[in-house]
Design a protein around this ligand. Structure first.
Ligand SMILES: Cc1cc2nc3c(=O)[nH]c(=O)nc-3n(C[C@H](O)[C@H](O)[C@H](O)COP(=O)(O)OP(=O)(O)OC[C@H]3O[C@@H](n4cnc5c(N)ncnc54)[C@H](O)[C@@H]3O)c2cc1C
Length: 397
């Protein structure tokens, strides 16, 4: 164990990820942003470095690693390229972790194989009229004989157009039209008929991964496509959302990594840049900024690592994951903004990575549960109360 409580294996993993990040990943980051092309070459690098599918159990070809292992890799990669960090999130957490926890043997094998060969699964929850209120989704899966027909629209789906594997959430209705609960269905782009990528969102940052609108038009899947957690369909959505706590920790980690990268750039520049005949880090105004940035980083790192550790043998604790994501995403935005300020006019130039980092980091108080909604989660957990947000006080069916 070292000072941050990491094992020697974890320190080695961190060093491997940092080397990759500082080398080929850093060199490509600006181009990935400029061209808005998914970095398939980085996917190969991650595969070679065994940073993809690490959390998949060994019997399915993964390494059976924990959330903290994944966090260490994501943090290091995101300091150089947030897009690559996000690929590491989604190939170790989120949809793949839900399938590994709740899927059938057949589903686990299929999904593990796809992820280990480099596919980043897409998780499809958000709809144009159902964002924070995910229960308000209208995408429906109607049982017709021995099939389900899925109809609806999802938007802001990360990886839409590059991901093959999709985990799609829909309201499930039996043959008589009775509502059974929200289920997660597996579908494969270009194989499952009726799954259509209809639009790529023009995003502010994180431009190397497409965010897409996906339409399901009579998408026809067998019941074996349905991932049913042990508590059944009625409670299944809550279980699947428990798996999502891993994704939240992953998102917080990307924000942490971006902020660490920006802080390091500012720290180095503060020694190099001279004004009034002295390095700018001799001005107390900037020293205090560096101090505040480092305090926030240490606090954020502790929250993220602790949330990751809380998930050993299961999923990260909901309260800890929400606390980590709120604090880290908000702090990271402030840190990157301050880091940019250290560079004066240069910070505003596209020739330096600061402006890209500022655009990239802005996402993390939004995607994966907004900072406001996650504060509701934190409040609900500390008050030990359900805090329904609908006017009649109850979640909609
Ligand atoms: C880059 C990016 C990637 C994404 N990737 C995915 C993905 O892969 N899959 C997926 O399913 N979704 C994805 N999303 C969607 C994301 O999860 C939603 O944007 C998010 O849940 C918020 O929903 P919304 O955008 O509809 O905002 P809204 O729900 O319309 O919220 C608007 C505002 O109201 C606030 N608000 C809403 N309800 C409350 C409340 N009860 N209390 C206080 N404030 C409230 C929100 O915090 C926000 O500030 C992604 C989004 C982004 C930006």
């Amino acid at each position: 164990m070292n000072a941050s409580g990491l094992s020697s294996d974890q320190v080695k993993l961190q060093a491997r990820a940092r080397e990759l990040a500082a080398g080929p990943v850093a060199r490509r980051a600006a181009e990935v942003d400029r061209t808005e092309q998914y970095p398939w070459d980085n996917v190969e690098l991650l595969k070679d470095a065994k940073l993809i599918g690490m959390t998949i159990p060994t019997q399915y070809g993964g390494q059976g690693k924990g959330w903290l292992d994944a966090v260490l890799a994501i943090e290091a990669l995101s300091a150089a390229c947030a897009v690559t960090g996000r690929i590491a999130v989604e190939t170790n957490m989120g949809a793949i972790s839900a399938v590994m926890a709740y899927g059938s043997e057949e589903q686990k094998k299929m999904c593990a194989d796809m992820v280990l060969s480099g596919d980043k699964p897409a998780i499809c929850i958000t709809e144009p009229d159902a964002g924070s209120d995910a229960n308000g989704m209208t995408t429906r899966a109607d049982k017709k004989g021995n099939r389900y027909l899925i109809n609806g629209r999802k938007h802001w789906i990360t990886g839409g157009g590059v991901s093959r594997l999709h985990l799609i959430f829909a309201k499930v209705y039996d043959e008589k039209g009775a509502f059974e609960g929200i289920g997660g269905f597996l579908a494969i782009r270009d194989e499952t008929k009726g799954l259509k990528i209809t639009k790529r969102e023009p995003t502010m940052g994180l431009r190397g991964i497409p965010e897409a609108v996906i339409d399901f038009e009579d998408m026809d899947v067998p019941p074996s496509a349905l991932v049913i957690p042990p508590r059944g369909l009625k409670k299944g959505f809550a279980d699947l959302m428990t798996a999502y706590n891993s994704q939240r920790v992953g998102a917080a980690t990307v924000a942490l990594g971006i902020a660490e990268g920006a802080y390091q750039l500012a720290l180095d520049w503060s020694e190099k840049r001279h004004q009034f005949g002295r390095p700018i880090n001799e001005f107390q105004g900037l020293q205090w900024k560096l101090a505040d940035m480092s305090i926030k980083l240490s606090a954020a790192r502790a929250l993220v690592y602790n949330a990751a550790r809380s998930g050993e043998g299961g999923f990260p604790d909901m309260l800890m994951a929400a606390q980590a994501k709120v604090f880290t995403s908000e702090s990271a935005i402030q840190i990157v903004n301050e880091a940019l300020q250290f560079f004066g006019a240069r910070g505003y130039s596209r020739e330096l990575p600061l402006e890209r980092m500022a655009r990239d980091v802005r996402m993390f108080t939004i995607g994966g549960g907004t900072a406001e909604v996650l504060r509701n989660v934190v409040a609900g957990a500390i008050l030990k109360k359900k805090l329904p947000q609908t006017r009649d006080g109850w979640a909609k069916d």
